[in-house]
Design a binder for this molecule. Structure first.
Ligand code: NDP
Length: 509
C-alpha cells in the first residue's frame, strides 16, 4: 500500500479564494437564477468540502433555453453572418479561456478531483480547439458540379443544422464541451448546453466569456441540472434539431431513442475498453510508461483509458513485474498538489462500483498484482492504481468499462489472437500497438476495430485529428476538419439555364 496521503490546507484555502463559488445559469444572454431556488452544491470529492453552488435548471429553465436557442437561430443573427465574423468571436473566446485558465483549471480540479497540473493542460488544449474551430468557420464550404451539361449547374451548399443540444459528462468538463460547442458555433448553429451535475461550474463560467466575446443573446444557453430531469426534454423537444452527447453508452442509447421520434441528427461519444497490444520487440520503458498513463490517467475515469493490455506471452511475466514495480511510484493524492498523478474518484457511489468490479474479478479468478483498495486518506474518495492478472478473456472485468484506475492484463501468442482479443468487446473507441516491426504495427492498426489506433504511443491528441468510436463507442466523429460539417445539412441547389428540353408531358405544337 502507498504511504498515507496528507492534505495541505493552505493549498485548499488558496484555491477556494481563487475561484468564483456561485454560478448562475446562462440563458438568452443573461445570468439567470433558477425559478424554484434549487441549487447544485458540489462537495470536492478529494477534500470533502463544499466548493461550488450552481443554480439548478428544471423544466422551466430548459424551456426558456430551448426557446431562446430556437429564436436566435431563426432570426439569423448568428446563422446567417459571415464565417469570418463567427471566427472572430471564437478567437476572442480562446483568448479569454487563456486569460482565465487558472480559475477554470481550479474549478475542474476541485469539482472533478483531477490533478491540477493535468487540468491546466486540458484548459490549454481547449483554447487550442476553439482556435482550430475558428479557422474552420472561415473554410466551411460546399461543392459545385459544372459537369452536368450546358443547361445545368449543381451547387451543394452547407447550412447550419439548427438548434443543438449538447450534453457532457464529468470526467473532462471543460475539454469535452470544447470538442463540441465551437464546431457547432462555427457552423452557425445555436445551442443548449448541459454539463454534468457534478462539474457544471467551468461550463457556466464559459457562458460569461461568450457574452463578453460578443456572441449574440440566445445563441448559447447553458443550463446546469439533473440529466434524468431535463435530459429527456433536451433530446426530444421538436425545436431541437441535433443532439451531441458524450457520456455512458447506456445513457447515450437512451438519448438516441428519445431523439428518434423527431429524427434528430445525433453525435455520440460513448464508452470504451481500449486495448494496448504489446509485442516483445517494443521499447519496454516507453510501453510501461504509456500503459501506466493509459490506465491511471484521470484515475482511469476516461473513455479513452487503456484499461486492458494484451501482452505477448513470451514477455508477459517479466513485463508485468516491471509494470507493477513502476506503478508503485504513481503518486495518488491531493489534486491540488502539482506532483499528484492520480486524484480522487468522482463520487462515493462510483468508487464503490469500481471496487465491486475488482471484488467480482477476484471471485472470477483474477489475481490483484497491486492496488485494489483505497489508500489511507484523511478525506476523499481515492483508489490505488490496480493491476489485475490471471484473467480469462470472457471475464466481465476484461470486457466491461470499469471507469476507474484498474488495468486488466491478458496475454496472446499470435498476431491473429491479439487482433481477436482486441476486437472482443462491444466497444471500439481506441487502441494502440507497441512494436519495432512496422509490419506488425500496420497489421494491428488495420485490423483492430477502433476510431483511433496509436502506434508506439498512447492517448496523444490533436485538434486536427478526428476522434470517435466504432461499434457501441459512438456515432460520428469530433475534432478534425470534418467536425464542423457534422453540424450542417447539405442542400442541393440545381440551376437550370436555357430553354427546358426534357419535357415530361408531350408538347402541343
Ligand atoms: P452519463 O452517461 O451518466 O452522463 C453524461 C451526461 O448525460 C451527464 O450530463 C448526465 O447528466 C446526462 N444525462 C443523464 N441522464 C440523461 C438522460 N436521460 N437524457 C439525457 N442526458 C442525460 O456519463 P457520466 O457523466 O457518468 O460519464 C462517464 C461516462 O462517459 C463513461 O461511461 C465514459 O465512457 C463516457 N465518456 C465517453 C467519452 C467519449 O468521448 N467517448 C468521453 C468521456 C466520457 P447528470 O450529470 O445529471 O447525470
Amino acid at each position: 500500500m502507498n504511504a498515507p496521503i496528507r492534505f495541505d490546507t493552505k493549498l485548499l484555502d488558496a484555491a477556494l479564494a481563487a475561484i468564483r463559488r456561485d454560478h448562475a445559469l446562462f440563458i438568452d444572454g443573461k445570468l439567470v437564477n433558477s425559478a424554484d431556488g434549487r441549487v447544485l452544491e458540489r462537495i470536492s470529492p478529494a477534500h470533502g468540502v463544499l466548493v461550488t453552488r450552481c443554480q439548478q435548471a428544471g423544466i422551466a429553465e430548459t424551456e426558456m433555453a430551448i426557446a431562446a436557442a430556437r429564436a436566435a437561430f431563426d432570426s439569423g443573427v448568428w446563422s446567417r453572418i459571415k464565417g469570418a465574423d463567427r471566427a472572430a468571436v471564437l478567437l476572442k473566446v480562446a483568448d479569454m479561456i487563456e486569460a482565465n485558465a487558472e480559475e477554470i483549471a481550479l474549478l475542474d480540479c476541485l469539482e472533478a478531483g483531477k490533478p491540477i497540473a493535468q487540468a491546466r493542460v486540458e484548459i490549454a488544449g481547449s483554447a487550442d480547439i476553439w482556435r482550430y474551430a475558428a479557422a474552420l468557420a472561415r473554410d466551411l464550404h460546399g461543392e459545385s458540379y459544372n459537369t452536368l451539361g450546358e443547361a445545368a449547374l449543381g451547387v451543394v451548399v452547407r447550412e447550419p443544422v439548427g438548434v443543438v443540444s449538447i450534453i457532457t459528462p464529468w470526467n473532462f468538463p471543460f475539454l469535452i464541451v470544447a470538442q463540441k460547442l465551437p464546431f457547432a458555433l462555427a457552423a452557425g448553429c445555436t445551442c443548449v448546453v448541459k454539463p454534468s451535475e457534478f462539474t457544471s461550474a467551468s461550463t457556466l463560467v464559459l457562458g460569461e466569456m461568450l457574452a463578453k466575446a460578443g456572441l449574440p443573446a440566445g445563441v448559447v444557453n447553458i443550463i446546469a441540472g439533473l440529466g434524468s430531469e431535463i435530459g429527456p426534454m433536451m433530446t426530444s423537444d421538436a425545436r431541437v434539431d441535433m443532439v451531441s452527447f458524450t457520456g455512458s453508452t447506456i445513457v447515450g442509447k437512451g438519448a438516441v431513442r428519445a431523439s428518434a421520434d423527431t429524427l434528430k441528427k445525433v453525435s455520440m461519444e460513448l464508452g470504451g475498453k481500449n486495448p494496448q497490444v504489446i509485442f516483445a520487440d517494443c521499447d519496454w520503458d516507453a510501453a510501461i510508461d504509456a500503459v501506466l498513463f493509459g490506465a491511471f490517467f484521470n484515475a482511469g475515469e476516461c473513455c479513452n483509458a487503456g484499461s486492458r493490455i494484451l501482452v505477448q506471452k513470451s514477455m508477459a511475466a517479466e513485463f508485468v513485474a516491471k509494470l507493477v514495480a513502476r506503478s508503485r511510484d504513481v503518486t495518488v493524492g491531493d489534486p491540488l498538489d502539482e506532483n499528484t498523478r492520480v486524484g480522487a474518484m468522482i463520487t462515493a457511489k462510483h468508487q464503490s462500483q469500481v471496487q465491486n468490479h475488482i471484488t467480482q474479478a477476484v471471485k472470477d479468478g483474477a489475481k490483484i498484482a497491486c492496488g485494489g483498495t483505497a489508500p489511507a486518506m484523511a478525506t476523499g474518495m481515492f483508489l490505488e492504481p490496480t493491476i489485475l492478472t490471471e484473467l480469462r478473456p470472457e471475464m466481465a472485468v476484461a470486457l466491461e468499462e470499469v471507469f476507474g484506475p484498474v488495468l486488466s492484463v491478458l496475454t496472446f501468442e499470435t498476431h491473429e489472437e491479439a487482433i481477436a482479443l482486441a476486437n472482443s468487446t462491444i466497444y471500439g473507441l481506441s487502441a494502440s500497438v507497441w512494436s519495432m516491426n512496422v509490419d506488425t504495427c500496420l497489421q494491428i492498426a488495420r485490423h483492430v476495430h477502433a476510431g483511433t489506433v496509436w502506434i508506439n504511443t498512447f492517448m496523444d491528441g490533436f485538434s486536427e485529428l478526428p476522434f470517435g468510436g466504432y461499434k457501441q463507442s459512438g456515432l460520428g466523429r469530433e475534432l478534425g476538419r470534418h467536425s464542423v460539417k457534422d453540424y450542417t445539412e447539405e442542400k442541393t441547389i440545381h440551376f437550370h439555364s436555357e430553354a427546358r428540353t426534357s419535357w415530361w408531358m408531350p408538347q402541343k405544337r
